[in-house]
Design a binder for this molecule. Structure first.
Ligand SMILES: NC(=O)c1ccc[n+]([C@@H]2O[C@H](COP(=O)([O-])OP(=O)(O)OC[C@H]3O[C@@H](n4cnc5c(N)ncnc54)[C@H](O)[C@@H]3O)[C@@H](O)[C@H]2O)c1
Length: 358
């Protein structure tokens, strides 16, 4: 097994590479430009064992990418390179499209030029493709592609409302039941990645492993990227004695899934023979209010009386609730998340506090 891992120096990618190393890959090539927004200036790549080679290169450099893919001759590819900030994606639309969409296109062209078809191709997509996600109305009818409007939000009406004006109730989202409805530039680029991969490879013998991750968190996530990772942003603020303000009315919720659980789902797909027909949802399948997450982290920081403030403000691209229905992923991979939010938050906090001290 010769695996090309784009974005293999990143938070999820580096964990995945370590598992590939430990569980049977013969050779791994990481293709990553050590993006300064994620890794800081003058970053050095993470250290791996002798099976792993690292190339510092940009996914947008189609010529170099093609030459490196041809020379390495992978038998499998995991594509993780991405610009990842929802809010930032509105201000840097062309960069997000170049890296996420054109980058994927260049990679697929390089792969299609190989003399042998890949065993598997893994894409790390996002639950962002669902937009607001799945809801039911007061009669129990399933509603997807629900929207929130600036006019409601400016008036402090932050819930998701149905056509009759009554608030809808959130239910877990899954590729099997929920229509995509990307509501940010980032989300649109992730859906486009999925479409390109499907179009370019679904009629080959390559197994396509497309994952839609919820909020992945854990030790090793970037502590300097201001555009992603709400929990690490909170920890940095807590440790620096800064206040935390929660957007909207404090009721926003997310499905936080620990990175080791995510990487296990990736490994199970890669190492098995499953041929998924749809993207696989990966989350803890637990809804956590952002407010409660902040309080949990504050307690870990020894601030037992800490209460975040509620800002009443809202941001473009922020959706109200997110939670995965993981039954399809479980049925395919026999995978279930194992790490509770309390345990994962403790691990992240301990690691982040140590790293910030250094
Ligand atoms: N972390 C999450 O909560 C989450 C949720 C859903 C989906 N995902 C997806 O998972 C994947 C990995 O996310 P992550 O959290 O590990 O992010 P990350 O930022 O830690 O990793 C991305 C890696 O890609 C590299 N990179 C960025 N632009 C590049 C370019 N132009 N050329 C070459 N390399 C480049 C970065 O240096 C970094 O090492 C992404 O595709 C992301 O969209 C992550």
């Amino acid at each position: 097994m010769r695996v090309l891992v784009t974005g293999g120096a990143g938070f999820i990618g580096s964990r995945f590479v370590r598992q590939l190393e430990a569980r049977g890959a013969d050779k791994i090539l990481i293709y990553d430009n050590l993006h300064p927004q994620v890794h800081g200036k003058d970053a050095i790549p993470p250290t791996f064992g002798p099976k792993v080679e690292f190339v510092n290169a940009d996914i947008r450099d189609a010529t170099q990418l093609k030459a490196i893919v041809a020379n390495f001759a992978p038998t499998a590819v995991a594509h993780l390179v991405s610009e990842t900030g929802t809010g930032q994606s509105y201000d840097e639309i062309s960069r997000y499209v170049e890296v996420n969409v054109s980058g994927t296109a260049y990679l697929l062209e390089a792969i299609r030029a190989l003399p042998r078809q890949l065993d598997w191709f893994l894409l790390t997509s996002s639950r962002a493709v669902y937009g607001e996600g799945a809801y039911v109305d007061s009669t129990g009818q399933h509603v997807s592609q629900a929207r929130r409007f600036g006019t409601d939000m400016s008036a402090g009406r932050f819930q998701v409302y149905g056509r009759d004006g009554s608030a809808l109730t959130e239910v877990p989202s899954a590729s099997v039941t929920t229509q995509p409805d990307p509501l940010s530039i980032y989300a649109s680029t992730k859906l486009m990645q999925e479409n390109l991969v499907d179009n370019a490879l679904s009629l080959t013998s390559t197994r396509l492993l497309v994952y839609r991750f919820q909020n992945v968190y854990g030790a090793g996530q970037s502590l300097i990227n201001p555009y992603t990772g709400v929990l690490s942003i909170f920890i940095a603020r807590l440790l620096n004695g800064l206040p935390i303000a929660i957007f909207e009315d404090g009721e926003i919720s997310r499905d936080f899934v620990y990175v080791d659980d995510v990487v296990e789902a990736m490994m199970l797909g890669a190492m098995s023979a499953v041929v998924p027909r749809r993207p696989m949802d990966v989350g803890a399948a637990v809804s956590t209010r952002i407010y409660d997450a902040a309080v949990t982290l504050a307690k870990l920081a020894g601030k037992h009386d800490f209460a975040p403030s509620i800002s009443g403000e809202f941001r473009p691209g922020d959706i109200r609730h997110a939670m995965a229905d993981i039954s399809y992923t479980h049925s395919l991979l026999d995978w279930s998340p194992k790490i509770s939010f309390e345990e994962g938050a403790r691990r992240l906090f301990t690691w982040a506090a140590e790293s910030i001290k250094k």
